[in-house]
Design a protein around this ligand. Structure first.
Ligand code: HEM
Length: 157
């Protein structure tokens, strides 16, 4: 049937959104995560472990992508890689037993022109995602305190 082969062709032409784009080689190291992990398992459990972190990161990225104030920054970026490495970074910092395989915060955000207000918007989306996951305010604030010093490297280099 002709229409079926057209349908198959259209599907095969659809952009593949699950594949990551290659990046220039860099040394992989947990130190690239930009923060030391918490001690013990309390924070990992407070974030509902891998499933909770996955939901939080996905929602924070979805909200950022659809926020007209910062959506341009996320356009044409490798969000498949961003989701993976951000989940790893949070897992590493929350002491969930992951290694961080991504780039340094400096390398990842170089020349992006991120402003203080952009950082504020992203943090608000992360807070909303953590709230929806019912993370306690104390645990939210402890993670945010680990991320706060990264502002220096992320904002407009
Ligand atoms: C403490 C704050 C932040 C953390 C912890 C963080 C974390 C990360 C990580 C782990 C990556 C991926 C690294 C890699 O590809 O190897 C990344 C990339 C990225 N970040 Fe951030 N980020 C922060 C702030 C921001 C802000 C404020 C924005 C914009 C509003 C932003 C936008 C992006 C974008 C668009 C990418 C993808 C870059 C690319 O495709 O090459 N980030 N970030």
């Amino acid at each position: 049937m002709i229409w079926m082969s057209w349908a198959a062709m259209l599907i095969s032409l659809a952009p593949v959104t699950t594949a990551e784009q290659p990046v220039d080689p860099y040394p992989q190291n947990d130190a690239n995560a930009g923060a030391q992990p918490f001690d013990g398992q309390a924070m990992w459990r407070a974030f509902h472990e891998a499933d909770g972190v996955s939901r939080i990161v996905d929602e924070a990225i979805d909200l950022s992508q659809s926020d007209p104030h910062i959506s341009d920054i996320f356009r044409n970026r490798d969000l498949v890689r961003l989701r993976r490495t951000l989940k790893e970074q949070f897992c590493y910092i929350l002491n969930g037993g992951c290694h961080y395989s991504g780039r340094t915060m400096q390398a990842a955000h170089k020349d992006m022109g991120i402003q203080t207000a952009d950082m504020g918007a992203l943090v608000e989306h992360l807070q909303a995602a953590m709230r929806h996951e019912h993370i306690s305010y104390r645990a939210q604030n402890r993670l945010l305190a680990k991320l706060a010093p990264m502002k220096r490297t992320v904002v407009k280099q």
